[in-house]
Design a protein around this ligand. Structure first.
Ligand code: NI
Length: 153
């Protein structure tokens, strides 16, 4: 491939710098859940999960941050089109989880204990096949202001 300088000025302008860049899209959703392992006795669940085992659910205001890494495309200057990433996070996570019960309503969470850790891994698996520009780098999920998990698959 010829060096960008040799093809013409418009291509020189379109050169990108070498180096990987992390691009992040943040989204929010509200959902209910219950931490409960059906394979364990009620007493185990109560002791393990405390208030999070409440039989009639409890809710969180979640924040999810999806990061994609790669070198900026020389033609666009983008690692990934943020309009695409916004729509992807919205379609794959927010539309499926917002105002839902994570134990009952979300197909890809069926049979999964909806801890923050498990949710981050499940979200990664939903997102990963659709990231074609750059590559998925991390899924960070904030369950409360102070409790944050990050998964890098
Ligand atoms: Ni909870």
């Amino acid at each position: 491939m010829p060096d960008a300088q040799t093809i013409g000025k418009e291509h020189v302008r379109g050169r990108s710098l070498k180096g990987e860049v992390v691009v992040t899209r943040r989204a929010r959703f509200n959902a209910a859940h219950r931490l409960h392992n059906p394979d364990k006795p009620e007493s185990w669940n109560r002791e393990q999960y405390g208030r999070c085992n409440n039989a009639n659910w409890h809710g969180h205001n979640y924040t999810v941050e999806v990061s994609v890494i790669g070198e900026p495309d020389p033609e666009t200057g983008y690692v990934i089109d943020l309009h695409y990433l916004k729509k992807l996070v919205n379609d794959v996570i927010v539309e499926k989880c917002d105002h839902k019960n994570l134990n009952l309503d979300v197909d890809f969470l069926e049979g999964i204990i909806p801890s923050t850790e498990n949710l981050a891994v499940a979200f990664w698996r939903q997102l990963e096949p659709h990231v074609k520009q750059g590559r998925l780098y991390s899924v960070r999920l904030r369950e409360t202001e102070s409790n944050i998990v990050e998964f890098r698959g």
